[in-house]
Ligand binder design. Structure first.
Ligand SMILES: Nc1ncnc2c1ncn2[C@@H]1O[C@H](COP(=O)(O)OP(=O)(O)OP(=O)(O)O)[C@@H](O)[C@H]1O
Ligand SMILES: [Mg+2]
Length: 470
């Protein structure tokens, strides 16, 4: 059963449940029907007996009762299915209706005793190995004296026939209903489960390495539809991250190859013939620069992969953000000296956040470093810190080369650098903003960019504030 397909299991469960319901249902119907029919027979016997007793009264309880008289006065008594017997006080038959013919149906002891006690008795009996009868014996008393016993009887054959027919109908209809429902269940289960098969096939093709595969299940919102769209979303995300990983390794190798090639080339050139100390010094200096660059890339890569693995734990301490930013501004002034880019504070409000001071400093420095790097000499970089609802809003704004609209969503990707940035400055690896994004997100904040090519950019960081400690 465990290995059977869901379709078989569903169908079987369905069939078994319906079968059980039908058995109970048929049993209840049968019992209720037979009880109702017996009650009806008993009621009609009682009614007939009442009529007969009344008639007997009119005939003064003599042994002269003639059934034909009775049936004349009360045509309903002549109904074919009832017979009458009248017994004397000693229990012997005195008169009986014609439709009983010569059959002997003696008074039972129980009925006689009950009659002596003034009680009517119902009995079911079977004569001649066949036809069952229902009998009602009613005592007729004159004062305290038992005068006669009236017996009304009827054949139960029609009732038995009816119940037999009902039983037959139930016995035929129930298995039929189960079979039809099994077929219907099999069909419906098959239809409902067909998309699962297509999901399985798509998954197999995807497992074989084709991440462009999608499931073509109907776009419904039922369970299967939701499964299919969840599955498709998952594959889409997998596809994106697979592509990113591939790009990432390609970019990483490429970024490391450039400084390596430069170092190698310069060293080989220097070694080609003997040179003076000054020449060697220049080569070593240049090599050191490239080595610095490589170790920065490796450090940043290491940081990002550890961040991906969740190995970097951030501190959660209260930080006076405005103090931190004033500090950062001092560093920015030094950074911008060479390029004659001045960093000014436009507005700064005191506020507290909870987080990791080192990482936040890195975040702001990265953004200001970009602003300075991509500015023109003589430009000014503005920074501000203002509260914005529950958040603190840090803005750094430059008048530099700007970022085109198409590039804006991609600058936070690892190694992504815009073409204008490449031609503007050769330094930089394109990892700074991905690190910024990671820092902001782990502080439950958000980072946004607004920019126009050749007019400047502004980066906004929103960080949740923590209530200042008095
Ligand atoms: N203020 C800015 N003005 C114009 N372009 C920017 C600015 N900040 C970022 N960019 C663009 O986004 C790209 C990615 O920025 P990111 O800081 O990640 O890399 P980078 O500055 O080139 O290198 P580094 O890893 O040294 O920071 C940059 O190469 C540049 O194209
Ligand atoms: Mg940068």
């Amino acid at each position: 059963m465990k290995n059977a397909s869901i379709r078989i299991r569903l169908t079987l469960w369905y069939g078994v449940a319906l079968g059980l319901i039908l058995v109970i249902f048929a049993g209840v119907i049968y019992v209720v029907m037979s009880k109702a029919m017996q009650d009806e027979v008993d009621a009609s016997l009682e009614e007939a007996a009442a009529v007969a007793v009344r008639t007997l009264g009119e005939h003064r309880f003599g042994p002269f009762l003639i059934f034909e008289d009775l049936s004349q006065d009360f045509p309903e008594l002549a109904l074919l299915d009832k017979f009458f017997q009248i017994f004397g006080p000693a229990g012997q038959v005195t008169i009986q209706s014609a439709n009983i013919q010569s059959r002997e149906i003696p008074l039972s002891q129980t009925a006689f005793q009950a009659s002596l006690n003034g009680q009517a008795t119902f009995e079911s009996v079977r004569f001649d190995q066949g036809v069952p009868f229902r009998l009602l014996s009613v005592p007729i008393r004159h004062g305290e004296r038992l005068v006669n016993i009236l017996r009304v009887g009827t054949s139960l054959q029609p009732t038995v026939d009816m119940l037999d027919r009902l039983l037959l109908a139930l016995l035929i209809a129930s298995p039929l209903a189960v079979i039809v429902s099994l077929l219907g269940g099999w069909f419906l289960a098959g239809r409902a489960l067909r998309p699962v098969d297509s999901i399985t096939h798509a998954a197999q093709r995807i497992a074989a390495g084709d991440l462009t595969q999608r499931i073509t299940a109907p776009r419904s919102t039922d369970e299967i539809g939701r499964l299919a769209s969840t599955f498709n979303d998952m594959i889409a995300r997998l596809e994106v991250s697979f592509r990113q990983i591939r790009l990432f390794s390609a970019d990483a190798s490429h970024e490391l190859r450039t400084p390596l090639t430069i170092t190698k080339g310069e060293t080989e050139l220097a070694l080609r013939r003997p040179r003076g100390a000054e020449d060697y010094r220049k080569v070593l200096e240049s090599n050191l620069e490239e080595i610095d660059r490589m170790s920065r890339i490796v450090d940043e890569l290491l940081f990002l992969s550890r961040a991906d693995l969740g190995e970097i734990k951030l501190k959660q301490v209260p930080i006076q953000l405005d103090d931190l930013l004033r500090d950062v501004q001092q560093q920015a002034l030094v950074l911008g000296k060479d390029r004659q880019v001045e960093t000014v504070v436009k507005e700064i409000s005191p506020m507290m956040v909870s987080g990791d001071e080192l990482r936040l400093r890195e975040l702001f420095l990265n953004l200001i470093d970009n602003a300075i790097k991509y500015s023109h000499p003589g430009d000014t970089v503005e920074m501000s810190l203002v509260p914005n609802g529950e958040k603190g809003e840090f803005i750094v704004k430059d008048q530099g080369i700007g970022i085109s609209l198409e590039d804006q969503p991609r600058i936070f990707d690892r190694f992504y650098r815009t073409d204008s940035a490449r031609s503007h400055s050769t330094k930089g690896t394109g990892l700074g903003l991905s690190i910024c994004k990671w820092i902001v997100e782990t502080h439950k904040g958000a980072i946004r960019v607004q920019s126009m090519p050749n007019q400047g950019s502004s980066f906004t960081v929103l960080l949740p504030l923590s209530p200042s400690i008095p």
